[in-house]
Design a protein around this ligand. Sequence first.
Ligand code: ZN
Length: 284
Amino acid sequence: MSKWRIGDVTVTKIVELEVTGGSRFILPQATLEAILPIAWMQPHFADERGRLRMSIHTFVVETPTHRIVVDTCLGNDKQNRRIPTWNERQGPFLADLAAAGYPRESIDTVLCTHLHVDHVGWNTMLANGKWVPTFPRARYLMGRVEYEHWSRPRDRADMIAVFADSVRPVYDAGLVDLVETDHRLCDEIGLVPTVGHTPGHVSVRIASRGEEALITGDFMHHPCQIAHPEWASTADADPEQGQRTRERMFGELAGTPVLVLGTHFAGATAGRIVRDGDTYRLDV
Ligand SMILES: [Zn+2]
């Protein structure tokens, strides 16, 4: 378990799944030959062969007034997922969350940076054959644009399943607040629009006592995109917009003390973006 402190705010990482390799489907340009020359990829973000390390985790953000879960991973018992290992999972995520000091009943806010399969899974859990909200005392914040996009009829069976088992049940339970992409949650926490990956995608800005951090969401999937902002993910809805967002964000963050907390970054997970020749690098 990793923990960071940003002024009065603590951020705790709860890992659901870590993998090495097998990520070519998401970042086709990140070949072994392209990754090996980027020296700072090892050891946190790639192995000695150049295979990418990736993580699916939640960040629990605790402020003086709020206890927020940012992105809810894959979930247990889900079906009809495209990736075989994402089906019928029986992982200890909720026990790990409780062991970190955050039993699910104690969470007051759930925030989804976007509504993809690996960010909404633990919104719900299976109880007596029904999908029920995992965090019964929480308001679930979802982007209005994002929700409207994903609630339209879809033809992909996996996308229909994700919305039906992990989004619709919390909406029907009356727990969802649809928010704008620049929404402010409390004194320390606000959303930053970082669209491209999905139409309403947001990142999360944390600021307290002169310190700052940014939870990325999926405007990048892996730190190799800091060295190569032009590498789009196959999951990006609008690849050109995604690249513009990365270039804008790296330009704004480079050389600042803002701690970047990567939503799929393995190992150290966090660092600061600095200029590196004509591109950028993450200092962990
Ligand atoms: Zn993701």
